[in-house]
Design a binder for this molecule. Sequence first.
Ligand SMILES: *[C@@H]1O[C@H](CO)[C@@H](O)[C@H](O)[C@H]1NC(C)=O
Ligand SMILES: *[C@@H]1O[C@H](CO)[C@@H](O)[C@H](O)[C@H]1NC(C)=O
Ligand SMILES: *[C@@H]1O[C@H](CO)[C@@H](O)[C@H](O)[C@H]1NC(C)=O
Length: 551
Amino acid sequence: MRHQVNYSLYLVTDSTEAILGSRDLVEVVEQALLGGVTIVQYRDKTSDTGILISTAKKLHEKCKQHNIPLLINDRVDVALAVGCEGVHLGQDDMDISEARRILGEDKIIGATVSSIEEARIAVERGADYLGIGTLYATNTKKNTKDIIGVNGIRKILRFLDTKDAATKEVKSVCIGGVNASNLQRIIHQLSAPTPNNLNPKTIDGVAIVSAIIGASNPKEASEHLSHLLATPPPFKASSSEPHFWLEKDDDEISHLLSEAIKATKAVREKSPLSHNMTNLVVQNFAANVALSIGASPIMANYGDEASDLSKLGGALVVNMGTVTPEGLENYKKAIAAYNAAGGPIVLDPVGAGATSVRRNALATLMSTSYFDLIKGNEREIMQVARASGFTLDDSSQQRGVDSGSALFALPQRAYIVQRIAARERNVVLMTGATDIISDGTRTYSISNGHAYLGMITGSGCTLGTTLSAYLAANPQDKLYAAVAGILHYELAAEVAAGREDVKGPGTFVPAFIDELYHCSKDVVEGKLDWRGAAKVNCIKDVPDAGLLKEL
Ligand SMILES: *[C@@H]1O[C@H](CO)[C@@H](O)[C@H](O)[C@H]1NC(C)=O
Ligand SMILES: *[C@@H]1O[C@H](CO)[C@@H](O)[C@H](O)[C@H]1NC(C)=O
Ligand SMILES: *[C@@H]1O[C@H](CO)[C@@H](O)[C@H](O)[C@H]1NC(C)=O
């Protein structure tokens, strides 16, 4: 039994009034077993030993009928009395080696850990699996010291993956606030590839408490969770990943450009909704850009509207230019709605590093949501790296040679972008004189655009609008979609800036809106070819610049 446990849907019981209500625990667990939970931990911190043993015996009968292992939380004596399959030990409970000595080699022993050090010790002492958490705060668990979020769990998994062969074998589940609305995203985010290891060790299951025990129908709740475990999250549903490079660079670029033209056509045909959560500053400009490229802009800041809007096949742009507590709550609602509907979200973490409010807001959003594309300048993307759980090695900071104000040289920037994209399993765009964009596997540089774009307000924002429309219309390959959006935007800027009637940034704006319109219309009608003008390169063999530390 010990070595063949299926940890995927791991039920932890809770007998408190707040969760269980007045129902009978054994009946609730039986429903959960019928619904497909794969392992059960009986946790009851308050009942007397007599009650614990009699309840555990009843639970064990039910579990045996379904051939599902039963573990007892904390109480090795109760596990022995009942003869069940093992125990789960918290940090304050009996030592694992001691429990192993008492229970013998055949029993399952699990341990709660919330740090690398605790994980190291638990593995050394012979734990079969780790319950890693706490992921999110819950009503039953508010001890913030233990709340380690997605990043904390990723760190521990990375440690287990890289320490040694025996450590790699240890199983794990995550615990804390997992429910039907976040389960698929959590699983997606906890599998955090590196460019060199696309299949890293990840959790073997999710521990669920109130989403089953507190559910009005525990059987249906378990069935639903089990179904969610077996299906990809909505935001990956239409993706054609994994992606690979074509062998020759020339082939890659010409394929990319022909895909870009198809993507532009798709934006015009589908006219996707671009939902911008915004204040009023650049709204008009953003709306005009959206219309020019063939998208349908909507400016809606009220979070409760988002669940309806998210179902219309469009994309959301979250711009953190103005963060207020109320704004953040609206963002969260809208983001949750789009994640659930699978609608792409572009995150624009404007000035992300500038204040602690913004740094915290970014970290919270990244820990509780999936963003299909994150775009920012170099400093903003460095802050995204931190929010993704990387530590930056600032000593290796070098001035870029290709851009006067860049902190890092091009290969280093490519490394940072690729690394974040691989880990977040999304597309990351670092804008600059040369833009770098990656999906973690394929990385490109794009050197189009014009200096006027840097002299007008809202150019970064309206690029976000453009990208959102491209992602919405082309969900199968979001990297290609984003490259197409950048080319459209930057080539239009080049044409506009070169026009005779454009004398500077002021006359540039209306010309730019015109050219955004013509650029896509003409390319779709075959009157214009981007091939000569697009300055796109593949960046292959991105060197490990050692800038980002994971542990
Ligand atoms: C664990 O159980 C789930 C649900 O029954 C099943 O889909 C999955 O394949 C099992 N995993 C293993 C490793 O047996
Ligand atoms: C699911 O869990 C998250 C995080 O704990 C919580 O914010 C959210 O409200 C929960 N959703 C439901 C439907 O219970
Ligand atoms: C939406 O508009 C706001 C300004 O009004 C701007 O700050 C935000 O950047 C816009 N986002 C996009 C992508 O248009």
